[in-house]
Design a protein around this ligand. Structure first.
Ligand code: GLY
Ligand code: GLY
Length: 325
């Protein structure tokens, strides 16, 4: 099974936890080597910025929000600016965030004219009695909260316009390839108080129907965080992830005593065999073990802990560098 084996984050009970942040840039295939480098730099930047918040004593929720917002602002990734286009050539974005301390959560779906859906999800979590706002209600809430509206064109890249055209041509010729539909960004973190959090954000899948909502804003599928178990953010084919509740399924295996890698692989394998779905995930357990695993062709990921940055895109490709390099 493809994936990266990573060293566990050590923990001595009763002491300050070693903070860690792990980020992913979605499953993917067929990168050009130049794009791969830009993706690598982007994912590492997000992990470093998230880690800086933790190192300065900030919360896991702040770290995942920051890391995901950085990836939303980077046009290389399918979230925020760089989101893939729906069948009408428009953007509809989904995001969610969760605080493992008290299970408070916030999510938005089908949002259009804002740069950072993850920040809107955070506002849903912090400022409403609800967990999930969609479409016009989410847009009105954004306005009420003073979130800056931007023309949707500012989020649409030339690459994604071409991607939609190609997709329509290939669908006409019955050549659509499931693996290239993947893409989401996400982060999980543990702060020095042992609190866990996750955030996930996406433009969804190219050429999707108007109003299609994927797994990313759905708690239990696109992610989950519970200080009593762990934190996870998923990526991959949204419909498959929804069907197996991938995030909660992986954490169920952790609860049953599986190692973080075993739990990741069992849940990803189940999704593959049960509904033929490919994807990936990043996860931290309550004891600080973490991993990045996938069944898609590749998955850009990076983790920062203890002054070191771990990163990879393809199978068996882990680089380790110092935080300050
Ligand atoms: N957004 C309120 C809650 O998660 O309970
Ligand atoms: N996993 C992202 C989506 O399918 O929307």
């Amino acid at each position: 099974m493809p994936g990266a084996h990573l060293p566990p984050g050590p923990r001595t009970p009763g002491t300050v936890m070693k903070p860690v942040v792990v980020v992913h840039g979605g499953g993917a295939s067929n990168f050009s080597s130049e794009r791969k480098e830009r993706v690598r730099q982007g994912i590492i930047r997000a992990a470093k910025m998230g880690y800086k918040i933790l190192r300065d004593g900030g919360s896991a929720v702040d770290a995942v929000e920051c890391a995901v917002a950085i990836l939303e602002n980077d046009p290389e990734f399918n979230a925020g600016c760089g989101s893939v286009l729906n069948i009408n050539g428009d953007i509809e974005m989904d995001a969610s965030i969760m605080d493992g301390k008290d299970l408070s959560s916030g999510a938005v779906s089908a949002v259009r004219c804002i740069a950072n859906p993850v920040k809107l999800a955070r506002l849903v979590m912090d400022k409403t009695p609800h967990c999930f706002l969609t479409d016009q209600g989410a847009a009105k809430f954004a306005q009420d909260m003073g979130v800056q509206q931007i023309p949707v064109e500012e989020l649409i890249t030339t690459r994604n316009k071409k991607h939609l055209e190609r997709e329509k041509e290939e669908l006409g010729a019955q050549k659509a390839d499931c693996a290239k539909h993947l893409g989401t960004v996400g982060a999980v973190a543990m702060d020095c108080r042992g609190n866990l959090a996750y955030a996930t954000s996406t433009g969804g899948i190219v050429n999707k129907m108007v109003g299609r909502v994927g797994d990313s804003p759905c708690i239990g599928s696109g992610g989950y965080a519970d200080n009593n178990i762990g934190a996870i953010s998923t990526t991959g084919h949204g419909e498959s992830i929804l069907k197996v509740n991938l995030a909660r399924l992986a954490l169920f295996h952790v609860e049953q005593g599986k190692s973080v890698e075993q739990a990741a692989d069992l849940s990803l394998e189940y999704m593959k065999s049960r509904v033929k779905g490919l994807g990936g995930l990043i996860m931290i357990t309550k004891t600080g073990e973490w991993t990045a695993r996938w069944t898609s062709t590749s998955m850009p990921w990076a983790a920062a802990q203890d002054g070191k940055v771990y990163a990879g895109i393809d199978l068996n490709e882990t680089t380790i560098t110092d935080m300050c390099s």
